[in-house]
Ligand binder design. Structure first.
Ligand code: ADP
Ligand code: MG
Length: 480
C-alpha cells in the first residue's frame, strides 16, 4: 500500500516538474528568437551610427575609410562590409585592403537580398570567408560624401561571431534552469509539509481504526476539525461507541441467558432427584411398609406436579419472551370477568382457610380492552401467590376501580408481606424471597415474571405495595 503522503508528494513533484520543464522550454525557445531580434536591432543601430560617422568626414580616401572601418570593427568586435549596388565588395574590415577587389560578389547573400525588399536583412550562417558561424545584418543605405570615395556604397553589412550570442543564450538558459531547480526544490519542500498536514489525521485515523480492529474498543480518534476528516473521525467514534454498547448488551444477554439456563437445570434437578430418591426408597422395601409407602408416593406425586408446573411456566415464559405468544385484544366486561376469577379460587381459598372476595366499584357495564385469557393467567398467578403467602384466617380481595380512562385492578392480601429490598426483584425469573416457603407451596419462581410480561404487553405496568407482616397489594391498569 502506498501512503497518501507519498501519493500527494509524487503528484506535486510530477506537476511541478512538468510545469518547470514546460516553462523553461518555452522560455529558452522564446529567448533564442528574442535575443536574435535584439541583436539584429542592435546591429541595425550600429549601421546607422557607422554611416553617420563616415559621413562626418567628407574628404576621406578609400584607404583612410578602410583604416577607420577597421578601427571601429576592432572596437566593437564586428565585421563591417561595404557593398555596392551590384554586389561588389567595396571594403571589408576582415579582408586585407589590397585583397578586397578579389572578394566574391555579395549580391546573392541572403541578408543582402532581404535588405533589398525590407528595412533590414538578417541571416545566420557559416562564413565562407572566415569559416565561423556569424549573424549577418545588412541594410540598404547610401553614404553622403563629397570626397566620393564611398559614392558607390549601397549596403552596409555588419556581422558578429555567433559564439558570443550562443554564450549569452547559454548563460541565460543556465539562469532559467537554476530558477527551475529552485522552484522544484521549493515545491518538493512545500509538498512535503502539505502532504504531512493532509495525511497526518488520516494516518491517525488509520492507526486508531487498526487498534479498534484489534479489539481495543476504548480507542477514540482525537480529531475535532470541522472538515470531512473531522466528520469521519466523529462517525468512527460514534460507531465504536455504539459497537461497545451493543457488545455490552450482547454480553449481558448472554450472561442472563446462561444464568437462566443454570437456574432452569437447577430447578429441574431438585424435583427429579426427589422423585428418584422416593422411588428408590420404595423399591428398597419401603413399598411394603404401610406406615410410609403412601406418604412417599404422595411426595413423589407432589414433586412430579411441581415438575409439571415448572415446565408449563417455562414454556409460557419462553413463548412470551420469544414473541411467539400472540395476544388478541378484545373488549370484555371487567366485573363479570373478575367475578369468575374470584369464584374459581373459592375452593382453593377454603382449603387454606382464606377468604377470597371481590369488591368492584366499577359500573356493571364497564368494559376493558385486553387479552382475556392472558389476563386471567396473570390474575391466577397473583391470587395464587396472595393465598399461598398468607396465613390461615387471612383475606384476599380482588377489586376494580375506575380512574378516568382506565380501570385499576388490584389483588390485596393480609399475608406475610415483602420487605422493601426484595420488592424490586420479585419480578425477576426464579427470584424468591423465601426459597423454602416457595417450594413448600409449590411455587416455580416464574409466576410474577409471567405476570409482568402479560401486563406490559397490555401497555401497562404492574405495581406492588407491601408491608412485612401486614400484607401486599399488586395492581395494574387496563384501558376502558
Ligand atoms: N402476595 C405475596 N405476598 C408475599 N410474598 C409474595 C407474594 N407474591 C409473591 N411473593 C414473593 O415473590 C416471590 C416470587 O413470586 P413468584 O414469581 O410467583 O414465584 P413463586 O410463587 O413460584 O415463588 C415469591 O417466592 C415470594 O417470595
Ligand atoms: Mg407464584
Amino acid at each position: 500500500m502506498r501512503s497518501i503522503r507519498s501519493k500527494i508528494t509524487i503528484t506535486y513533484v510530477v506537476l511541478a516538474l512538468s510545469i518547470v520543464v514546460g516553462v523553461s522550454t518555452i522560455l529558452s525557445w522564446q529567448l533564442d528568437s528574442y535575443i536574435k531580434l535584439q541583436l539584429v536591432q542592435d546591429l541595425n543601430r550600429q549601421i546607422d551610427w557607422i554611416r553617420f560617422s563616415l559621413e562626418r568626414d567628407t574628404s576621406l580616401t578609400l584607404g583612410q575609410v578602410d583604416s577607420q572601418i577597421r578601427r571601429v570593427a576592432g572596437l566593437e568586435n564586428l565585421r563591417i562590409t561595404l557593398i555596392a549596388e551590384d554586389g561588389r565588395v567595396i571594403d571589408d574590415s576582415d579582408v586585407p585592403f589590397d585583397q578586397v577587389p578579389s572578394v566574391e560578389n555579395h549580391l546573392q547573400r541572403p541578408e543582402v537580398q532581404e535588405a533589398l525588399t525590407r528595412p533590414v536583412g538578417s541571416n545566420i550562417r557559416l562564413s565562407a570567408t572566415v569559416g565561423r558561424n556569424f549573424l549577418y545584418v545588412a541594410k540598404k543605405t547610401t553614404i553622403e560624401q563629397s570626397g566620393g570615395a564611398l559614392k558607390n556604397v549601397a549596403f552596409i553589412r555588419l556581422s558578429m561571431p555567433l559564439e558570443e550570442v550562443v554564450d549569452r543564450i547559454n548563460s541565460l538558459r543556465a539562469i532559467i534552469a537554476f530558477a527551475g531547480l529552485a522552484v522544484l526544490i521549493i515545491v518538493v519542500g512545500v509538498s512535503f509539509v502539505v502532504s504531512r498536514r493532509i495525511s497526518k489525521p488520516m494516518v491517525q485515523i488509520a492507526k486508531s481504526v487498526e487498534q479498534i480492529r484489534s479489539g481495543n474498543l476504548d480507542t477514540r480518534i482525537e480529531i475535532d476539525t470541522r472538515d470531512e476528516i473531522g466528520s469521519v473521525a466523529l462517525a468512527v467514534n460514534e460507531l465504536v461507541e455504539k459497537l461497545k454498547t451493543d457488545i455490552a448488551e450482547v454480553k449481558k444477554l448472554q450472561k442472563v441467558r446462561s444464568e437462566f439456563l443454570g437456574n432452569v437445570s437447577h430447578e429441574l434437578r431438585t424435583p427429579i432427584f426427589a422423585i428418584q430418591g422416593f422411588i428408590e426408597t420404595l423399591l428398597n422395601g419401603a413399598v411394603d411398609d404401610p406406615s410410609v409407602n403412601k406418604a412417599f408416593l404422595e411426595k413423589t406425586k407432589a414433586n412430579a406436579d411441581r415438575l409439571n408446573a415448572l415446565l408449563e411456566d417455562l414454556i409460557n415464559i419462553s413463548q412470551i419472551e420469544s414473541g411467539e405468544m400472540k395476544m388478541s385484544f378484545r373488549y370484555f366486561n371487567v366485573n363479570e370477568f373478575l367475578e369468575t376469577v374470584v369464584k374459581d379460587f373459592q375452593e382453593f381459598g377454603k382449603q387454606r382457610k382464606i377468604s377470597v372476595s371481590g369488591a368492584f366499584s366499577t359500573a356493571s357495564d364497564v368494559e376493558v380492552l385486553g387479552d382475556r385469557d392472558r389476563l386471567r393467567q396473570a390474575l391466577n398467578n397473583l391470587i395464587d401467590n396472595a393465598i399461598k403467602y398468607s396465613a390461615p384466617g387471612g383475606r384476599v380481595v380482588v377489586s376494580s376501580d375506575e380512574t378516568g380512562g382506565t380501570v385499576r385492578i388490584s389483588v390485596a392480601d393480609t399475608g406475610v408481606g415483602i420487605a422493601a429490598e426484595h420488592l424490586s426483584r420479585i419480578f425477576e425469573r426464579f427470584y424468591r424471597v423465601d426459597k423454602d416457603r416457595s417450594r413448600e407451596v409449590g411455587g416455580t419462581g416464574l409466576g410474577l415474571a409471567i405476570v409482568k410480561h402479560i401486563i406490559e404487553a397490555h401497555g401497562s405496568s404492574i405495581e406492588v405495595k407491601s408491608e412485612v407482616g401486614t400484607g401486599s397489594t399488586f395492581s395494574f391498569l387496563l384501558k376502558k
